[in-house]
Design a protein around this ligand. Structure first.
Ligand code: NAP
Length: 402
């Protein structure tokens, strides 16, 4: 049997992770015919030829390849590589969550039209085979909701700030040195990386394609030691979470105070808590970023691509996300222009003037307005009754959705 020819685009953290496994496995099924990079001068020779993107050698290898592995850091070129591979009926394995999430409809259409195959296990929660679970094992299940820690860099930063007292900046540098952070860490810490993964997971869970630009997205950039200590002193931790309620069409990304199983997920680990209709609660955890975790996810896709003829997919639907009223802790780092007048009386549950935080009950649309007005406000979700009691110091009886 002739070996399937693979062409690898991108030789950074993910590409090198895949290459290391390729070297270790000495597979009789696959042959890596080349590696394509952006800037050839940066790379020392390896056992497989390396060429620069856009050259004749690249084009020639592209036409020979059966399988394209796309793990580049360039959004526009990454999108072109994925689309032209699908248009040529090739099997595509991509780690690029932004490319996939921002163009999901077009990419799926192209795949269908040209009878191509597409896999992207490395794009979210790297070592956790969550897309395989949702697409194959539980394709018959309705997912009620899921919540996830999906960004290794943010979780690493929050863990280091809490456990080692590292500053935000120092923790970010460590995450970059370990290969967890994106080339531009804005996407990690602003919550956008988590939002792209939320889009991909929602699609596998329900067939729904979300527009990431419609979502409320809050990151961790303005979290301070004050917030971390406030949480710690009250038996809580702060985690950046993707929230998806698939029954009510509520989707958002926001840090939350947690004291459940998600609270124990440290460093670059990811976790996903899912509620299925029949299988009920499940909890998945594993390494969410870095060379080996992503390389292993790509190798898993490669194996699956050879055994799966038809990829199951729930019927595609486009929806408008619904409004969600929730409880929020809001730390202001500069006075809010209109101060208390900004809020309707019913929205403010408590206001701590010394620490300059509010606890409010408000819809996501109000939070979007607030973020437009006060850029450095930090919003943290209060997702259960006991956490709300911590901040309001009173007996409360509310019904919580998330
Ligand atoms: N790092 C992670 O843990 C992780 C986890 C999951 C998903 N991802 C995703 O995987 C992708 C790659 O991430 P990474 O961390 O490996 O990035 P990286 O370390 O910055 O490496 C990116 C690689 O892409 C290459 N590249 C850029 N444009 C290219 C083009 N047009 N053709 C061929 N190669 C090109 C770069 O070439 P040069 O080396 O020549 O500059 C570099 O080798 C991104 O989409 C990222 O979001 C990363």
């Amino acid at each position: 049997m002739s070996k399937k020819k693979i062409l690898l685009y991108g030789f950074g953290t993910v590409g090198k992770g895949f290459y290391q496994i390729y070297q270790d496995k000495q597979s009789s099924e696959f042959e890596l015919i080349g590696i394509i990079v952006k800037n050839l001068a940066k790379h020392s020779p390896v056992e497989v030829p390396i060429y620069q993107y856009g050259t004749e050698q690249e084009k020639s290898l592209f036409s020979q390849a059966d399988i394209i592995i796309e793990c580049t850091s360039n959004y526009t070129e990454g999108k072109d590589i994925v689309l032209s591979a699908l248009e040529n009926g090739k099997t595509v394995i991509s780690a690029s969550k932004k490319v996939l999430a921002e163009n999901l409809n077009l990419i799926l259409d192209t795949k269908e039209k040209h009878n191509a195959k597409l896999f992207y296990e490395a794009a979210a929660a790297a070592s956790i085979p969550i897309f395989k679970v949702l697409n194959y094992h539980f394709s018959h299940e309705n997912v009620r909701y899921f919540k996830g820690i999906l960004n290794g860099t943010s979780n690493f930063i929050l863990t280091k700030m809490e456990t080692e007292g590292l500053s935000y900046g120092k923790a970010l540098i460590q995450a970059q040195q370990l290969g967890y952070a994106e080339a531009d860490p804005f996407s990690d810490v602003s919550g956008w990386d988590t939002a792209y993964k939320l889009v991909l997971l929602t699609f596998s869970a329900s067939g729904t394609i979300l527009n990431s630009h419609d979502l409320f997205i809050e990151g961790i950039e303005n979290i301070t030691f004050q917030d971390i200590y406030l949480a710690k002193n009250n038996g809580l931790r702060i985690k950046l979470l993707a929230h998806a309620d698939l029954e009510k069409n509520i989707f958002f990304v926001c840090p939350a105070f947690v004291n459940n199983e998600l609270a124990n997920i440290d460093e670059a680990w990811n976790a996903i808590q899912i509620e299925y209709e029949y299988a009920k609660s499940q909890f998945y955890t594993g390494r969410g970023a870095g060379r080996e975790a992503t390389g292993s996810a790509i190798w898993g896709d490669l194996n699956l691509s050879q055994s799966l003829e038809k990829i199951s997919q729930k019927p595609v639907s486009l929806i408008d996300t619904a409004e969600y009223h929730g409880y929020w802790f809001i730390r202001l780092h500069s006075p809010l222009e209109t101060d208390l007048l900004y809020w309707n009386t019913a929205e403010v549950l408590t206001h701590n003037k010394i620490q300059n935080y509010y606890v409010v009950y408000a819809p996501l649309s109000r939070l979007k307005e607030l973020k437009n007005k006060v850029k450095n406000a930090q919003i943290i979700q209060i997702s259960d009754e006991n956490t709300l009691k911590v901040f309001t110091k009173q007996t409360v009886s509310y019904s919580f959705q998330f």
